[in-house]
Design a protein around this ligand. Sequence first.
Ligand code: ADE
Ligand code: ZN
Length: 345
Amino acid sequence: MNLDKIPRSNLERLLRSMPKAELHIHIEGSLEPELIFTLAQRNGVTLAYPSVEALRAAYAFTDLQSFLDIYYAGASVLLTAQDFEDMAMAYFRRAAADHVVHAELFFDPQTHTARGVSFETVITGLTRGCERAQRELGVSSALILCFLRHLSEDEAFATLEEALPYRGQFIGVGLDSSERDHPPEKFARVFARCRELDLHLVAHAGEEGPPAYIRSALDVLHVERIDHGVRCVEDPALVQRLARERVPLTVCPLSNLKLRVFDTLADHNLAALLDAGLAVTVNSDDPAYFGGYINRNFVETFAALPQLTPRHAYQLARNSFDASFVADADKQRWTDALDAVFAAA
Ligand code: ADE
Ligand code: ZN
């Protein structure tokens, strides 16, 4: 397989058809306006928008917080386990169409328990969705519980307590929501407890927050992956460390565009991060809100950054398997499938 002989004209087809893992997707962020309206009707929930079109028109964000306000409002239609299962299955169908073979899904239990929806309801519906994805679509998956960082560490501990009876149904914990002024250190003790419980650890850092938050996510929380992390480039010593330690960064280009982390996709630093030797992956974050699922992230970013080649495409898919929390045998099987696609290109 000579990656450098593959013509760039094959690139879009390869990006779409290559097997890949998605490691940064908030399942509540996959809730399309149409499904929001269907669930609102089913559950008798009144929405602040009169139509699907009016809701979609409100998706004009200026920063992370302006998105989060609408995203939490959208999640208010989720009440029953069936709702969570339907949301997950809608995502998995899109993911399967994009040749996602494995997805690690973030979910935000506090968004739901604060509205009186039990943790059990949330995890039961999502688990059913994951099981159906394997059975009906052949897509492997796992769940990662995210703590909302704008809430307190005590509230995170309370959520962990509620979750522990379901310890077998999620593989790790993460940290999401408003990054500014909520440094990883705020959650040092709850992450230490999760570490004792042998949970995988990840955290959003360096999306809107400074590179120092990436450092403290690594040194204080001991996370295994950084979600986003694109602001690491402001600290060259940190970039060297991330490369040396092969710390995966789950990058989400269309999210960064829509939340104004970069002005245009042509300004995105994905190629620079790859060329610095970082273990970067491409992901959709909140695809219903940011204009596309994982393949659209790949295709639009490669179109905007002409320095990206088939070799980079291969590397990104390869990184997604290497950075996933699955058994080595699964990584090998998917890497073999990836190699076969590129060998035939
Ligand atoms: N929750 C959902 N999407 C998020 C993002 N991009 N950053 C932080 N929290 C989130
Ligand atoms: Zn995210």
